[in-house]
Write a protein that binds this ligand. Structure first.
Ligand code: XUL
Ligand code: CO
Length: 444
């Protein structure tokens, strides 16, 4: 059954200025900095946005035309798997990701829900035998069902904590069954609305207990995926505990979980936290905690999580700059946690959108690599901090200096000379690099 009859295998064409159903920059086998683009970028399709999302918003019903929507219940779940593997085959993405509730409907009890999952997981496993696509990560949806109104591991209700634990237990078993390389915890409703009814300390301690139980169970069943926390500052909860990278790292260190977890960072979540994507990646990278990325973008004019496909070349370039400086993402990848706009409702739009995202990151990778090769920022930064290489600066860095020696050094100095940070010059250089690489890609 062909769910995408109007689309054939997407290949690299490389020379079109006008985007069509081919890649302009993403050339999977092209080598950049000693690795193929495919190895650098490890693109993943998000099951929820691509195969289950309907295009609803708070003011309107779903708008998306999805040929599999003529089915319902378990038949719909099966049709989605068929559509998904046709989509993966045509797009050529090496990975995909899902929540448990994306792939199979809930039954009346958790036991029934798990039975539904078993059927679909067996079907996915079968497809994976002949497909090249692998599971980047799976996760548990503990935010849609009303039972999670107060949170999951941070809920005030111990029965909900138990339900969430059983749900993650099953999700870990599924991850092992399908060979997931990572397992993600996004704290959907792990947060609070008002301190007037909240025991913050107990909620956070309970979350840490939950994570320790998850680590223990994964070890027990021999599931060796990298565990990832995905920070987000708000939405749906007003104040979420995993606010941003720095907050999540502090939490993991406080509760002795930092050896078992890294971070999955999302561009739109960074925007909501008042950060850039590259800021979040830099924070994680400097702590050795960069795990994986959710590749999307937000809209600075809107205060919510719009989950747009990434097309902002500054953001993709600076994100890939951080990734290259991190020597890659290891077991992580670039997951398109992104949906087509409500007005881009056709099945073909799903391909145009992924092509836009993949081309934007491929171009970002090429630009970032040239910026690093040419030491554009490295040389500048090295010079900017050169005062720490010798004299009093070297004493500060090596630990030889103390308040008394510093006072002694500076007390009678008449003038302090600063150098310009050259911000505008650097931004203009970045523009030149992006434009030149884009031009070569489009017209070479
Ligand atoms: C929500 C979000 C999630 C996680 C997985 O904002 O990003 O889809 O990526 O639960
Ligand atoms: Co996400």
């Amino acid at each position: 059954m062909a769910y995408f009859p109007n689309v054939s295998k997407i290949t690299y064409s490389g020379k079109q200025l006008k985007s069509d159903l081919s890649f302009n920059h993403y050339n999977p086998k092209e080598v950049v900095a000693g690795k193929t683009m495919e190895e650098h970028l490890r693109f993943s399709v998000a099951y929820w946005h691509t195969f289950t999302e309907a295009g609803t918003d708070p003011f309107g019903a779903g708008s998306k035309v999805r040929p599999w929507d003529r089915f319902s219940g378990m038949d719909l779940a099966k049709a989605r798997v068929e559509a998904a593997f046709e989509f993966f085959e045509k797009l050529g993405n090496p990975y995909f990701c899902f929540h448990d509730r994306d792939i199979a409907p809930e039954g009346d009890t958790l036991r029934e829900t798990n039975k539904n999952l078993d059927v679909i997981v067996a079907m996915i496993k079968d497809y994976m035998k002949t497909s090249k696509v692998k599971l980047l990560w799976n996760t548990a949806n503990m935010f849609t069902n009303p039972r999670f109104m107060h949170g999951a591991a941070s809920s005030c209700n111990a029965d909900v904590f138990a339900y969430a634990a059983a749900q993650v237990k099953k999700a870990l078993e599924i991850g092992k069954e399908l060979g997931a390389e990572n397992y993600v915890f996004w704290g959907g409703r792990e947060g609070y609305e008002t301190l007037l009814n909240t025991d913050m300390k107990l909620e956070q301690e309970n979350m840490s207990r939950f994570f320790h139980m998850a680590v223990d169970y994964a070890k027990e069943i021999g599931f060796d995926a990298q565990f990832l926390i995905e920070p987000k500052p708000k939405e749906p909860t007003k104040h979420q505990y995993d606010f941003d990278a720095a907050t999540a790292i502090a939490f993991l260190k406080t509760y002795d979980l930092d050896k078992d977890f890294k971070l999955n960072l999302e561009a739109n979540h960074a925007t909501l936290a008042g950060h850039t994507f590259e800021h979040e990646i830099r924070v994680a990278r400097t702590h050795g905690m960069l795990g994986s990325l959710d590749a999307n973008q937000g809209d600075p004019l809107l205060g919510w999580d719009t989950d747009e496909f990434p097309t902002d070349l500054y953001s993709t370039t600076l994100a890939m700059y951080e990734v290259l400086k991190n020597d890659g993402l290891g077991r992580g990848g670039l997951n398109f946690d992104a949906k087509t706009r409500r007005t881009s409702f056709t099945p073909e739009d799903l391909f145009y959108a992924h092509i836009a995202g993949m081309d934007s990151f491929a171009l970002g990778l090429k630009v970032a690599n040239r910026l690093i090769e040419d030491r554009v920022f490295d040389d500048f930064i090295e010079e900017r901090y050169s005062s720490y290489k010798e004299g009093i600066g070297a004493d500060i860095v090596s630990g030889r200096a103390d308040f008394k020696s510093l006072e002694n050094y500076i007390l009678d100095k008449k003038e302090i000379t600063n150098q310009s940070g050259r911000l505008e010059q650097l931004k203009n250089t970045l523009n030149h690099y992006i434009v030149q690489e884009a031009y070569q890609g489009a017209l070479a």
